[in-house]
Write a protein that binds this ligand. Structure first.
Ligand code: FAD
Ligand code: NAD
Length: 467
């Protein structure tokens, strides 16, 4: 029987990064993955395929709606959806192969099958044919991720009523897509199909969309998406759905208590994700789940059973690939005797709509709840030369700073390339910069980054230079 220092169960961004970091630190490592491709949700049915379709549909949208303004005329423009989806699959495959290469390079043994605890130090692996083998390990990192949440009253048939997984592999562009949930998945995948010509209606239980972000971002994003033709039904509670032939009828209750029906040819259920621990055999080693089906861990990500760690979507915190990665590295370094640390407040969140929305640190609503005195600097992209040149004038950058010390407490932005721009906020906050510190740093002209400097000038002393 093979024996390892560390076995990682699950090969998503948490698991494969944990495995690599363990190997870098000199441990003998194995990774177990249920599917015959590596990369988990993120690579196969999450971040990568969704961004491939977002970028593809955005190119089409620009060609259809914006190119003429730049003096570029297109005739006979149309979408080859089969090719668009095939390209997405090619990118997923390249990423799968890249991770397999990294496993080889780092001398990590890969086992295909469901990993299940027999004892604390013995793990059984059962492959798709039902064949079983066992390996031994000193320590284990559980990185089994999450799966889409289903609504108990709304069965998902995976054909007409679908989750994000099916929405990434459709064979046709929906005519009318009803999306339940105005969170990040609903907004991103809604954008994809809206740009490709579908009528998209988002039905959201709360009175706002993108509820995990600063309220100003959700408001601005909804305004812009509405302007582009997407429809929103807020404060509306979905009660059920029925399929008849190719038509889905979603029944919901609006804020006035009235029953409303929304019809479409597809209904995407995007109401969150739930940790995935089926088949792990946690009961064999005495690990219980909390009320939200998560594995409980301490600050070192160790479970109640010493030597068994858990990371990523299967534990508390934001369900994000980069959060899972940081935790993978932390678990490995802690096992190696180091003293790693994650600043969870500085894990950025991004919504890859267009414009993109991105956040780090405290939101205004957080600061109000904390009773913290703060200053706001909010600079619109339209005042930047770069934005006018590119035509991407929507959105703003908002900097929240401590009223007394001027330390930056939160950065929230919606606009072109916010997904990449947010890192300046992360770096500033990691080094505990004041808004004035940033406002005294040279930002290249013309770039969108100047918006960050201007928002900092406004937060520190209300003295923008270009507005
Ligand atoms: P996962 O990626 O879920 O990987 C877990 C792996 O464990 C899976 O491969 C699973 O098959 C395997 N597994 C489970 N049980 C067993 C077992 N018993 N034995 C063996 N293997 C097992 N996050 C971002 O940060 N940015 C994005 O742009 C983004 N976009 C997303 C888009 C969509 C549509 C979705 C659904 C999610 C998106 N996410 C995004 C979230 C991101 O995918 C997750 O946060 C991330 O994948 C979590 O990583 P993980 O390693 O914890 O688990
Ligand atoms: P979410 O939690 O972001 O949003 C779900 C939304 O559904 C919420 O706004 C909720 O109020 C609403 N909802 C719940 N029940 C409802 C009902 N009965 N009727 C109407 N609305 C209802 O979840 P998600 O969008 O499914 O995403 C799942 C996870 O994946 C999130 O944690 C997200 O961060 C992650 N993810 C991240 C990215 C990214 O980083 N760009 C992209 C996709 C997914």
């Amino acid at each position: 029987m093979s024996t390892y220092n560390v076995v990682v169960i699950g090969s998503g961004p948490g698991g494969y990064i944990a495995a690599i970091r363990c190997a870098q630190l000199g441990m003998k490592v194995a990774i177990i993955e249920k599917y015959d491709v590596l990369g988990g949700t993120c690579t196969n049915v999450g971040c990568i395929p969704s961004k491939a379709l977002l970028d593809a549909s955005e190119h089409y949208h620009n060609a259809e709606k914006r190119f003429a303004d730049f003096g570029i005329n297109t005739t006979g423009l149309n979408v080859d959806f089969t090719r668009m989806v095939a390209r997405k699959s090619e990118i997923v495959k390249q990423t799968n192969d890249g991770i397999a290469f990294l496993m080889k390079k780092n001398k990590i043994d890969v086992y295909t099958g469901v990993g299940s605890f027999v004892t604390k130090n013995k793990i059984a692996i059962t492959n798709a044919k039902g064949e079983k083998q066992e390996i031994e390990t000193e320590k284990t990192i559980i990185a089994t991720g999450s799966k889409p949440t289903a609504l108990p009253f709304l069965p998902i048939d995976k054909k007409r009523i679908i989750t994000s997984t099916e929405a990434l592999t459709l064979t046709e562009i929906p005519k009318q897509l009803v999306i339940i949930g105005g969170g990040i998945i609903g907004l991103e995948l809604g954008s994809v199909y809206h740009r490709l010509g579908a009528k998209v209606t988002i039905v959201e239980f709360l009175d706002k969309i993108a509820a995990s972000m600063d309220d100003d971002l959700g408001k601005e994003l909804m305004r812009l998406l509405k302007k582009s033709g997407m429809e929103f039904m807020l404060s509306t509670k979905v009660k059920g759905a029925a399929i008849k032939g190719e038509e889905v009828t979603v029944t919901a209750e609006n804020k006035n208590g009235e029953t409303v029906e929304i019809k479409g040819d597809y209904c995407l259920v995007a109401v969150g994700r739930v940790p995935y621990t089926e088949g792990l055999g946690l009961e064999n080693i005495g690990i219980a789940l909390d009320e939200r089906k998560r594995i409980s861990v301490n600050d070192h990500l160790e479970t109640a059973v010493p030597g068994i760690f858990a990371i990523g979507d299967v534990i508390r915190g934001a369900m994000l690939a980069h959060k899972a990665e940081e935790e993978g590295a932390l678990a490995a370094e802690y096992i190696a005797g180091q003293k790693p640390h994650i600043n969870y407040n500085l894990i950025p969140g991004v919504c890859y709509t267009w414009p993109e929305a991105a956040s780090v640190g405290a939101s205004e609503q957080d600061l109000k709840t904390q009773g913290k005195a703060y200053k706001v600097g909010k600079f619109p992209f339209r005042a930047l030369g770069r934005s006018r040149a590119s035509g991407d004038i929507d959105g703003f950058i908002k900097v929240l700073a401590d009223k007394e010390t001027d330390e930056i407490l939160g950065v929230h932005m919606i606009g072109a390339r916010a997904a990449d721009l947010i890192i300046e906020g992360v770096v500033a906050m990691e080094y505990r910069a004041s808004a004035e510190d940033i406002s005294r740093m040279s930002h290249p002209h013309p770039t969108y980054t100047e918006g960050f400097k201007e928002a900092c000038l406004m937060a520190t002393d209300n003295r923008p230079l270009n507005m």
